[in-house]
Design a protein around this ligand. Sequence first.
Ligand code: NOJ
Length: 565
Amino acid sequence: MQHQWWKEAVVYQIYPRSFKDSNGDGIGDLNGITEKLDYLQELGVDVIWICPIYASPNDDNGYDISNYYEIMKEFGTLQDFERMLAEIHKRGMRLVMDLVVNHTSDEHAWFVESRKSKDNPYRDFYIWRPGKNGREPNNWLSYFSGSAWQFDETTGEYYLHLFSRKQPDLNWENDQLRKAVYEMMRFWLDKGIDGFRMDVINHISKVPGLPDAPNPNSQGYAWGGEFFANGPRVHEFIQEMNREVLSHYDIMTVGETGAVTPHDAILYAGEDRHELNMVFQFEHTDLDAGPGGKWDVVPWKLSDLKEVMSRWQYELYGKAWNSLYLNNHDQPRSVSRFGDDKKYRVESAKMLATFLHLQQGTPYIYQGEEIGMTNVAFSSIEDYRDVEIHNLWRERVIESGEDPERLLQAIHQKGRDNARTPMQWNAGENAGFSTAKPWIQVNPNYREINVEAELANPNSIFHYYQQLIQLRKQNPLVVYGRYQLISEEHPDIYAYTRTMNENVWLVLCNFYGRETVWEKPKELASYQIAELKLGNYPIQSTHLSIDRISLRPYEALVLALQPNL
Ligand code: NOJ
């Protein structure tokens, strides 16, 4: 397996709108990020991925870009960007930018031109079709509720938007469009950035003819994923992008790829494929989705988590590289979802970190995860800001009369705004995020959960993450060792080993708020404990016998093993 800096790195994800406001307008900004770089350096992360900071009318908080060459006004200027980048590099860290090229904003100059007339030179930069039998060109659903098509009066045709109406999909079949995208990528790379996280990059190639999707709902719409996820030309496009742009720089790339299997991931990120370095998969974040999809929330099962994570570990081993994440700006907070955000918040946050960071792959920490930030539960829909949530509400409650309380409950569990409340810096006004009223309310638990308190407490979640990151830096086994799930049938414990040459480490994670016992399985018969590497409870390894280990609520242990004498 090839050794690469991005395999050894830990990435920290910033949602700039909610990270730190430096100019008192209630919105996070670039100077706010620069202010906090010492904090990130202290945490020990190597790479910072910042969600989109380009000019945008903010229908989807920057994922609707109106100018790829400009910084969003609320976030600052190009000079602020350059200063931030220099300060990141000065601290030995790197910067990954978001690349959003499946769609633009409808306010992007290309789209403004495109919608003017059928023979406009930019018409074909987007996906336009005439209606069919008085309806949309096909039956595809948008990810943000309703049809994926919007009728446009000027030319009497519809344009495709897999996301919001203000996010028209680009037409990657068009050579000029692809060239324009590559040129824009070079512009940022030439400024010295260190890579891209590519938004829904496996959606850029649509099946020609844009066929109707099967199994329509009562309104006649269906999810058309099989016709736009992992489409027919997607690898050709990404290989072209690699040849034209990526291969000329020492950078890291990670593709956001919904609806991928490990087999697909190897095509996107295989070591010999000349495409991307790694992808984000969604199988583990789909485990609490019922038959009705994301908002039909069901309890996830530990056995499923073991199955999914282990399958990705095994299938990618030696062929492609995993990205490891439990939350991001689109997902609920990991401690609320997979741990216990009340009684055992601290223990479970540390356990989840251990569980994730000891697997093979590049770990991603989402802002606030390192201090155990939790989901929020606003009591009124008015307090939410996310376009996905508001469209859902309109469709289900306002138009279809669904029970508002039930939907609000699902939003509390799954809504994207859970991840977007302001970063909690201290117990002061607005959690130290801003001197003005923040664009979205602060989670009321900021008085207990905040950076200042975490830094002051030697046993905090923050300091545990620091140790975890250092463990990785000091032990190549954490990066390159082979993963093996053990004690598969255990109902409470997720257990696995990592092996490199003669070194074997054992990771034990209790996923529940009760004590449980782990007994040494046959495959470890010839091993004993050599050393306790890390644990989330105070403990001495001399008190441990590998034959039978009792784990306290959400306890996690990382043990180096050695052969019996
Ligand atoms: C995925 C991004 O992570 C999400 O925040 C965004 O809404 C969609 N792609 C559309 O760009």
